[in-house]
Design a protein around this ligand. Sequence first.
Ligand code: DLL
Length: 436
Amino acid sequence: MQENRIWSPEETLDREQFRDIQSKRLKEMVQRVYDSVPHYKKKFDTMGLSPADIQSVDDLSKLPFTTKLDFRDNYPYGLFAVPQKQVVRIHASSGTTGKPTVVGYTKNDMEMWKEMIARLVTMAGVTDEDVAQISFGYGLFTGAFGLHQGLEHVGATVIPMSSGNTRKQIMVMQDFGTTALISTPSYALHMAEIAKEMGIDPKKDLKLKWGLFGGEGSTEAMRREINEAWGLFATENYGMSELIGPGVSGECLALKGMHINEDHFFPEIIDPETGEVLPPGSVGELVITTLSKEALPIIRYRTSDITSLHYEKCDCGRTTVRMAKISGRSNDMLILGGVNVFPSQIEEVLFNVDGIGPHYQIKVYKKGHLDRIEVDVELVNADLLDSFSQIENLNQTIRQRLRTVLGIDAKVNIMQPRTLQRFEGKAKRVIDLREE
Ligand code: DLL
């Protein structure tokens, strides 16, 4: 492991200490939402639940879940627990349909957020020696502003680059001496491609050391590709607007899962079908309760993200629970001829085939009553296009692997290099035509 620094002593508490803090904060928080958020008061009253019924984290499962629908029904500020006067910042996540999800922060929330990010960037290797280029879009999205405050807090030199204008990103990296890149993993891959096109050899011409990637999933194969392309050490971090934005969890340099800031965000794993809480290590839907948020405290938020929780102490010395890579969103799962598959599993297969690049698109449609899938991939090297037999072989290899590894039969389309769409923020890999 490379340099290992720990930002805050709270990251190394023992399990009993965590439990005490979590239980104390949970009790206070439940009383607060009951007193100040009509939505929760109504829910509690309907269930015959009183705040006094919650004495410790063991009582958590008595509490109702909160879902994206609750945000929609209370749009824009209905779930806020403080008067607007105390809200100092608004962010929102762009809903794919309809209105965005609006979130707010008090001054204390902003301080807490900054601390959470300071923990995560420190565990990802960043120090006050680093020059951090933030290539997330600045605006209502929580990614850029969230990382920004925490990076400044640890003393890094922050370049608020925003996303897009990729050639300029590379120029800035080179001229300003960027050592840490902050973006989505898919944008990092795209930027690497442009750097190459510009005749830049990242390992020789740039000083990049760390990559902090989040906002969307990525596979281990994609991490290898990014590390290789940039010559940096990539870690991943996770969060969502409804909970705070980035800062819920992040990987340390041991790469053994993402450490959850569990003194502020209490995680559970549930069976997405039944809502039942599952034991440590089980794979299921992540549910998070915020323990200290003031403006927008949330009880048992169903994230839809599929992962598992691991409580053993990490090699880095942190004792905070770790969550495994997100394997998909419960509503992203494709069911193809009875076989359940997540797009991330298809990605893992594709990344391991030589000759095709890291960009792909999955199309799902109906043929009769059956779900069908097509996978578009790109060649790395255009020369291959001249050889029909080589293309055909490659096509068969990919089909075969998808069949043997995942049990799905996909039509594979091999395209010329640089034909598929590139993304500057979160990638959209799946086009589902079944609804139409
Ligand atoms: O994406 C917050 C964030 C920004 C996290 C920058 C990390 C870095 P939302 O736009 O509300 O918030 O999207 C949240 O993105 O429920 C996941 O499905 C997905 N997501 C975020 N990070 C990861 C990750 C931000 N590391 C939704 N792996 C979440 C997989 C991720 N999915």
